[in-house]
Design a protein around this ligand. Sequence first.
Ligand SMILES: Nc1ncnc2c1ncn2[C@@H]1O[C@H](COP(=O)(O)OP(=O)(O)OP(=O)(O)O)[C@@H](O)[C@H]1O
Ligand SMILES: [Mg+2]
Length: 281
Amino acid sequence: MTSALSLSTDDRPHQGLPEEVRSRLQERFQLVVPAAAGSSQRSTSSTDKTDPGERPKPAPAIVSLTQVEKIYPNGSAALRDATLTVNQGDFLFVTGPSGSGKSTLLKLLYGHERPTAGHVLVDNEPIAQLQGNRLAMMRRRIGIVFQDYKLIPRRTVAENVAFVLWAQGFTRKEIHRRLWPTLKMVGLQAKAQCFPDELSGGEQQRVSIARAVVNTPPLLLADEPTGNLDSDNSLQVIKILKKLNSIGITVIVTTHDEHLVRLSNHPVVQIKNGRIQSLWR
Ligand SMILES: Nc1ncnc2c1ncn2[C@@H]1O[C@H](COP(=O)(O)OP(=O)(O)OP(=O)(O)O)[C@@H](O)[C@H]1O
Ligand SMILES: [Mg+2]
């Protein structure tokens, strides 16, 4: 499928991201380019990033759901028999009607909810069984972006992003070293001293992406990140997510926006009534 997004000149791999982001990812995962191929039946791995003729090496799974069921205490069945593997370096869209279970899927992945049956592994850890410090440490390895941004209103853009690093005990020097390249990557250097209410919706969403990735997590989850944005801003957000994916960050994005999905050549999972219905590229 031809993709307007993939043809964009701004999508050159490794463009605009801090050097240390790349090197840390490479150190941690020995990743130079997004992992590819060798997937299991429902794996989202793609083969289009592998040199022709080269035997593709299976990328390790970063997310694995096995026969997952989530029934909320009020009886709402949000997910049923969900089995899915997402490999390191993948970019996956999750679509489906309102109430189908998209947000629930992401909540299980960052340990906000626990499955009522089945297994959820994130980076080989059973996240639903982690508690206290182990859960907190695992969450540092997962960047999260929400539809409604969730920025701290009385803090500037720079402070909103730096806060994550400060809370994780990074030194002032390291915060400075990471902050500016990350703001540059999302095109917000000039707005660093603005407050959230001085920004457009698209700019606020880009701050929330910067905040989610400034500590270089290997996994980024975005729940309807374009839900409040017009089509230009939506494309800009997806471009940034693709850029992050190009340096090895695994990205899982939920969206209602079929148009956005069609413009991209990434794998898609569709959820209907809590069941994973189909997967296509
Ligand atoms: N905390 C909760 N308690 C009870 N039921 C819930 C809870 N959260 C979600 N649900 C129910 O679980 C189902 C799936 O909800 P979920 O939020 O995952 O859907 P979604 O696909 O993200 O929808 P949307 O596109 O509207 O965001 C819905 O029927 C919803 O009412
Ligand atoms: Mg949702």
